[in-house]
Write a protein of this length. Sequence first.
Length: 468
Amino acid sequence: MIMSRIEAPRDEVTGNLLDRLRAGLPADAVLIDPDVTASYANDMASFCAAGSPAVVVLPRTVEQVQHVMRTATELRVPVVPQGARTGLSGGANASDGCIVLSLTKMDRILEISPVDRIAVVEPGVVNAALSRAVAEHGLSYPPDPSSWEMCTIGGNIGTASGGLCCVKYGVTAEYVLGLDVVLADGRLMSTGRRTAKGVAGYDLTRLFVGSEGSLGIVVRAILALRPQPLRQLVLAAEFASAAAACDAVCRIMAGGHVPSLLELMDRTTVKAVNDLAHMGLPESTEALLLAAFDTPDPAADLAAVGALCEAAGATQVVPADDEAESELLMQARRLSLTALEAVKGTTMIDDVCVPRSRLGEMLQGVERIAEKYGLTIGVCAHAGDGNTHPTVCFDAQDPDESRRARESFDEIMALGLELGGTITGEHGVGVLKREWLAREIGPVGVEMQRAIKQAFDPLGILNPGKLF
């Protein structure tokens, strides 16, 4: 409706939207060309509706973000915050007539402190750029989503993203110490701290992490850093069944080992990677487990884990001899999602996390669902976390196959909940899993979350239609 008012003669309700925005923004920061604004309409998720934004704004300063939010509040215009739009849940999808607030131009690393082991950054900083910058100081920023070369820190915070190294180093939420947030009415609020410890008041910082832009706009983040880890060595273990591979995962974790990475690829994923990149992975395997250690003596740790894999029924265990061989094995894992996309052209990537002890049941259940719907569903997983990524491959031009893909996706989420898991470990809820959030947290949980939303955004203008 807002778009139609902008195209119509100006009126007192919304006719001044563009003029109001331009009064506090550079001319090149306000985009209205429909072909351009349409390119900001959605993220990378399938089956998620997206509307047509009235305008896209690209602020460079905190004050400009405040101006956008004050204008939006005065005119009651919805605002959809965006980063690099690499999300997989529709959380950055535009709504009709909204202001898309793209934060990609706010991309400065403001401070790196080796003594305090923190970095202070703007939301548009790309994850990989931050990692490289802190590495020059002998430090690391561990969260490493698979899209780390493209995704932004603001988007990582919004979805509480994870990555391959979470089994040892944890997820984004564990590294966000403090935030500067522009609220819906344009006020600026600081949360958290830059000290190693601090427990003053409610933990509002954690509240914003994973809120998908529904409570406020993150404009600055204080992030914890760690000393740069030693180079890791990787082991590959082949199994005749996914159940045996999951048994090995349980043995490794129960044995007190702390791998820097513990990843699983099922036979469908292994075949897809071979078809795409001709990497010579063993297609006779039913599951391939990758374990890595960045300890002072990684070879000894790999030997111990290799023995546990053999005890679980591994048909072959191959430890890498050096970093180059380790990187080759890791490249196979990183290609998993790209390879599965090539199977049919379109994928729906699920993100169900279950207790490690139920991981085998999860993979067996996904296999049954694939057979039931006659679909190719490959599974790659952060096995050390129990975080699975069943990836449904389908032809988006085939209505029946698309229907079966969506139904299988929902069955996979239901399976995860039945096994005591959660509908999302790192991708967020967005539009794609909105109805499933209510099932997971229950009516009282929904009521309390809506009360929090009301407190921060009484007009409901921040990323409407997401989460619940």
